[in-house]
Design a protein. Structure first.
Length: 318
């Protein structure tokens, strides 16, 4: 297995299938300014391009992803386990040849079960496990009978939200002002909770020109009190990039009602999964967020992060 660095256009032409949108050249080019350099790698064997990977160089490290929730390999078609293993071995040799470590955060397995689970096994033997995040998701086929499936306290909170008089608003995709209103609520929520907001408004507006995105607002007595930014990241899967409410209205349980309406919306759209994302940071749980996501009916799947060493092996002294 050989690795070749190519241009973004060559990468786009060579890799037609991706487990998610974050591995595409289009998404990576939008975020190129967030890395010192972007490397597009093609893995070839027997004259055929088997895999692709995008690495962002940041502070002497090669990151997959460099500005997204996860990265990993893309494969043009289903590959054999030993072929995937040869690709990982080639990546390890590449890391040594450039003298930089490679950090990989794999997607949750439901994005491409065979490829991702194979990578977990192989990387566990050829790389260092850095941490395991807990990723929350809602299978939309569970929405039928949603209320009955909730625990008593969660059902009570949902009913409180239902009776509060919230208005659920799906923002039209050409409504720039609506997008900015949603971002404003999200920004305020992150500031109230001292959470990092990695995307600026400019980042969001540039990204949605390429990535299919939905924005939602929840209003109370004419005021925007909760918002969500959601990307369509794979076939049948949408991902919550940001969501949150204003603290002054949290006693009305807007997020319980908001989650319910979002599940309803995407179930009616015919999607399979709404990926809510992790509530851990480098493996350490935010117990309150974990409890909330579990209470609203989410399931949990692991998200693995690995590191491949980049230093050259030292020859032993004679």
């Amino acid at each position: 297995m050989t690795i070749q660095e190519v241009s973004a256009q060559e990468y786009k032409n060579a890799i037609e299938h991706h487990p998610h949108i974050f591995n595409t050249a289009a998404f990576s080019e939008i975020n190129r300014h967030k890395a010192d350099a972007v490397r597009y790698l093609l893995f070839a064997d027997g004259g055929k391009t088997r895999f692709g990977m995008v690495l962002g160089e940041c502070n002497g490290k090669l990151l997959s992803p460099f500005s997204a929730p996860f990265g990993g390999l893309s494969a043009n078609k289903q590959q054999r386990l030993d072929t995937i293993e040869e690709a990982v071995k080639a990546l390890a040799e590449y890391a040594k040849s450039v003298g930089k470590p490679v950090y990989i955060v794999l997607p949750p397995a439901f994005y491409a079960p065979t490829l991702i689970n194979s990578c977990v096994n192989i990387l566990s033997r050829h790389a260092k496990l850095e941490y395991i995040d807990l990723n929350f998701f809602f299978p939309l086929d569970k929405f039928k009978g949603y209320e009955e499936g909730l625990e008593k306290s969660a059902r009570k909170n949902l009913k409180r939200g239902m009776s509060a008089g919230f208005e659920f608003i799906a923002i039209q995709r050409d409504d720039t002002e609506g997008l900015r209103r949603a971002y404003s609520v999200i920004k305020a929520n992150r500031e109230e909770h001292d959470y990092r907001l990695s995307m600026t408004l400019d980042d969001v507006e540039k990204t949605v020109r390429t990535v299919p995105a939905d924005f939602f607002l929840l209003q109370y007595e004419g005021k925007d009190v909760a918002a969500a930014q959601i990307f369509h990241v794979a076939e049948g899967i949408a991902q919550v990039i940001y969501w949150g409410d204003l603290r002054a209205y949290s006693h009305l349980r807007p997020m319980n009602y908001f989650a319910y309406r979002l599940f309803m919306h995407y179930q009616r759209e015919g999607l399979r999964i709404l990926d809510i994302g992790p509530s851990t940071m480098d493996g350490t749980p935010n117990y309150g967020l974990c409890d909330f996501k579990t209470a609203i009916g989410c399931e949990i799947t692991p998200k693995f992060a690995f590191m491949i060493k980049g230093e050259e092996k030292q020859e032993e002294d004679n």
